[in-house]
Design a protein around this ligand. Structure first.
Ligand code: NAD
Length: 440
């Protein structure tokens, strides 16, 4: 077993390695184009002062990266977390490019963030940070250029402040499409809140139905464990339960809870809202986050941070299927260990693409000054997710067994769904880039 310290864990380096792995399976693409795909189009780094509630002044550091806009304006989350860095934002922006290409959306990839710990900040301080950050970004975001969305420790309230600040700076325009994930009253979309988690469930349902997970063809009776009971985790748990699963464990940053009979999700959510954590919910057993990853279950959904399943703990996973609700929760070394042990990983690029799909629907509704009902959004999301999963499975089959471009290009390479998804995404991007003749 490798030691965690010997594993490459820089998110940007990991993203590049994933890209390089996929490029081997693409035929006839200009080498120089691949360098272009790896390079972010624009990286903005800002530092700004904010007055705190106690009247002191603190300086915050924020980033916004537009990785690629060949397919359309950038879209991607803004996260508030102490570990936000230029490298992590660059890596996540590139991942957004591949997600949008994979889902066949007319969006490019972007991401942003501010290094801060919202748990130590008041709501008014977060609001001031948000307004000042948007002011610093200026015209580097916009309804037709780069559109922020929610991510870790940002939510529809944060998106409302982003909209309001941008709207003040650009009066007299329909500015609603400048940001997605807004409250309904401000032009948010029905179904955006649960889109990422619901998308995870739909993707897993389709993967199982197509026979990609040994011994599991649906959620009926499946035991699910969710690490990270936030936007993505709650919606994934609820959707999987709706599809017939039993949620036996959930957790947040303070620890986890377990109940083999199934956790009452509404009660867990109410308990978390009241106590700041799911820990302590009556009729459940308290567990650690490490124990949650190793729990005896069928489907494990890491839906919190990146790099949670690494070479030092991948061997403890007992699930048959891992659904990457979070971005980058399974490291490449862990991918290898899991595949060798027969654990299927539904990769982030595919599993959590539902968020940006409904962000796109929100943007379309805002452009048309319209609002669709939730059934319409869910139906469109379902169809788009199934299309993306099918495209990845078909490519996976070509790479592993069939004929066609890139099949068995390198027999020594390990083929998995992550690789197949990247190949689908890069092929689409390459096609569009060639059609546009982007280099002249
Ligand atoms: P969130 O802030 O709503 O929820 C995060 C949850 O994770 C919280 O319950 C928090 O307590 C928990 N958490 C934090 N640190 C933890 C730890 N060390 N161990 C266990 N739990 C921990 O965030 P979110 O929007 O649900 O995003 C979660 C992940 O999903 C992120 O990786 C994000 O990039 C990814 N993602 C989010 C969206 C979206 O639409 N929100 C879309 C795609 C991907």
């Amino acid at each position: 077993m490798n030691d965690k310290k010997t594993e490459e864990l820089n998110p940007y380096a990991l993203g590049i390695a994933q890209f390089d792995r996929a490029v081997v399976y693409l035929d006839g693409i200009k080498a120089g184009l691949m360098d272009y795909f790896k390079s972010p189009k624009r990286t903005i780094s800002v530092s700004f002062p904010v007055v705190m509630d106690d009247d002191s002044v603190r300086t915050f550091h924020g980033y916004r990266v537009l990785h690629n806009s060949a397919l359309g304006p950038g879209n991607g989350g803004i996260r508030y977390h102490p570990e936000v860095s230029a490298d992590s934002v660059r890596a996540l922006a590139a991942l957004m490019t591949w997600k949008c290409a994979l889902a066949d959306l007319p969006f490019g990839g972007a991401k942003g963030g501010v290094a801060c710990d919202t748990k130590e900040l008041s709501e008014a301080e977060v609001r001031r940070i948000t307004r000042r950050f948007v002011g610093e970004l200026g015209d580097n975001i916009g309804p037709d250029t780069d559109i922020p969305a929610p991510d870790l420790y940002t939510n529809e309230q944060t998106m409302a402040w982003i909209f309001d600040t941008y709207d003040i700076m650009h009066p007299g325009h329909n500015n609603r499409p400048v940001v997605t994930g807004k409250p309904l009253e401000l032009g948010g979309s029905h179904g955006r809140n649960e889109a990422t988690g619901l998308g995870c469930a739909i993707a897993a349902r389709q993967l199982m139905a197509r026979g990609l997970v040994d011994g599991l063809d649906s959620f009926k009776g499946a035991r699910v464990a969710v690490k990270g009971f936030g936007n993505v985790g709650v919606a994934a748990a609820r959707s999987m339960e709706d599809m017939g699963a039993r949620v036996v464990a959930v957790s947040d940053s303070q620890g986890g809870i377990r109940s083999d009979d199934g956790i009452n999700l509404s009660a867990a959510l109410a308990w978390k809202q009241q106590n700041g954590t799911v820990v302590g919910l009556p009729d459940t057993m308290t567990i650690t986050n490490d124990e949650l990853l190793a729990i005896d279950c069928d489907v494990l959904v890491p839906a919190a941070l990146g790099q949670e399943i690494r070479s030092d703990n991948a061997h403890t996973v007992r699930a048959r299927l891992i659904v990457e609700g979070a971005n980058g929760p399974v490291t490449p070394d862990a991918d290898t260990i899991l595949q060798d042990r027969g654990v299927v990983v539904l990769p982030d690029i595919l599993a959590n693409v539902g968020g940006v799909i409904v962000s796109y629907y929100e943007w379309v509704q805002n452009k048309e000054i319209d609002q669709w009902d939730v059934e319409t959004v869910h139906r469109k999301l379902d169809a788009k997710m199934v299309q993306a999963v099918d495209a990845v499975i078909n490519r996976y089959k070509i790479l592993t067994e069939g004929d066609g471009e890139g099949a068995h290009s390198d027999p020594s390479e390990r083929i998995d769904l992550r690789l197949a998804a990247m190949v689908v995404a890069i092929r689409r991007m390459a096609r569009v880039t060639l059609q546009r003749g982007i280099w002249i």
